[in-house]
Design a protein around this ligand. Structure first.
Ligand SMILES: Cc1cc2nc3c(=O)[nH]c(=O)nc-3n(C[C@H](O)[C@H](O)[C@H](O)COP(=O)(O)O)c2cc1C
Length: 398
């Protein structure tokens, strides 16, 4: 970012956003940025820029030649192996681990070492927390996990739309189920909060609202009755890729679900993962309903873009793809708009996690300026490389 010289145009606007964010954060009761000792990320901007360039011109072209699922499997298995070894983890921490008291935030009673985290869906098997912590992530949501194991939708699950800066996602909650996944969450890095995303089992056997509620509540009950280290839940009511889409967007169905969840007496804060392909009024309905339940601490805004005519999409890329919904650039502006609406209407009632189309410090700043306390990403990591979070952290501490 602009250092020395006079800030102009977009950079000046970003600096105003930063000041506004710092001012707002200082006024939050439950959200603080400590201004004591600052330690910039050790390898600095030059190293991360070099890694970004190497990723863009060498690693990414190789990865992107592979089928997206195969590439994801390879990366997950590499990340898992690195996460089990001290030396590679220490090297990653040295390169990327920005730990500055200036990045710290307390949101919903949890201390986040950085406000930049991983969104649900990338680590759906809960195998990557250790490597994510070493890469500088301030938190990570694993899952979405369901009560029963899910095979997912018929393939293909993923497609890359490189020019549109987006991924087409059609996984439909492929996951091992809560029973098999939970043991992986017993030993997590202490320095990075991990959250568990829970959704409704994606099966044609569940086709009524009460079955769906029972399924979700059973999953929460199972999680609560076992010992594991997760710090928060995300309740995913907005996955657009499930077989029988039982909607919890109306006040009556969402209230029924939340009333049942209240009885579980969850010991961790719950964030509701919201849709973005809805009207303002529909999102306000969701926020109005959830605001009445003290178990809901915050909203994640939001999930994938359903609109295949979104102006950021290149038609020639999309016509080759099957069913699914879109991440990345097509989610960016709508999620930011909705964050702004919720923050201005509900003040500090909700912690807000901004999610959608964050590829750079500018994108993250726009979410904070709109009112987000924390920011999550996936597609930016895949398109920009493993140094992205360190780069954003490095800019945030300035
Ligand atoms: C490959 C992939 C899988 C996803 N799976 C989930 C999921 O299981 N649960 C969920 O709540 N969101 C899921 N999402 C949505 C993301 O969490 C996020 O809301 C969306 O991708 C926008 O963020 P991004 O532009 O930074 O990727 C998935 C996204 C991607 C790209």
């Amino acid at each position: 970012m602009c250092r020395g010289g006079r800030p102009t145009g977009r950079i000046a606007t970003l600096q105003q956003h930063r000041l506004a964010r710092k001012g707002r954060a200082a006024s939050l009761e439950d959200s603080t940025i400590s201004l004591s000792s600052v330690k910039s990320y050790p390898m600095g901007r030059i190293t991360t820029s070099l890694i970004a360039t190497a990723y863009r011109f060498v690693v990414r072209p190789i990865l992107f030649k592979r089928d997206p699922e195969v590439a994801h499997k390879k990366i997950t298995s590499l990340g898992e192996r690195i996460g089990q070894r001290r030396l590679p983890l220490s090297i990653l921490r040295f390169l990327f681990g920005t730990r500055s008291s200036r990045l710290k935030k307390v949101v919903a009673g949890i201390e986040f070492p950085s406000p930049i985290g991983l969104a649900a869906g990338f680590d759906y098997q809960a195998k990557l927390p250790w490597v994510l912590e070493a890469l500088g992530f301030g938190f990570a949501t694993v899952g979405t996990i369901t009560n029963r194991p899910c095979l997912g939708n018929p393939r293909p699950w993923l497609a890359r739309l490189v020019k549109s800066q987006s991924l087409l996602v059609n996984k439909g909650f492929k996951n091992d189920g809560i029973v098999k996944t939970l043991p992986r969450l017993r030993h997590l890095p202490t320095g990075m909060p991990v959250g568990l995303s829970i959704g409704q089992t994606n099966t044609s056997e569940i086709d009524t609202e009460s079955q769906a509620i029972n399924d979700i509540v059973e999953c929460f009950k199972y999680a609560e009755s076992h010992k594991y280290d997760c710090r928060y839940y995300e309740l995913n009511i907005s996955c657009p890729n499930v077989q029988k889409h039982i909607s919890f967007y109306t006040p009556s169905s969402l209230s029924k679900l939340l009333e049942c969840l209240e009885k579980v007496n969850t010991t961790r804060p719950i964030f509701i993962k919201c849709p973005i392909s809805v009207t303002d009024a529909e999102l306000i309905n969701i926020a109005d309903t959830t605001s009445k339940y003290s178990i809901v601490s915050g909203l994640v805004i939001g999930n994938l873009q359903r609109d295949r005519n979104h102006p950021s999409l290149r038609k020639e890329e999309l016509v080759k793809c099957g069913p699914g919904n879109l991440s990345g650039r097509p989610t960016r502006d709508r999620s930011t708009e909705l964050i702004k609406i919720v923050r201005s209407k509900y003040g500090q009632r909700f912690a807000i996690i901004g999610c959608g189309g964050v590829f750079s410090i500018e994108d993250a700043e726009a979410k904070f300026a709109a009112g987000a306390d924390l920011v999550q990403l996936i597609t930016g990591l895949i398109f920009q490389g493993p140094q992205l979070v360190a780069q954003i952290n490095g800019e945030l501490v300035k």
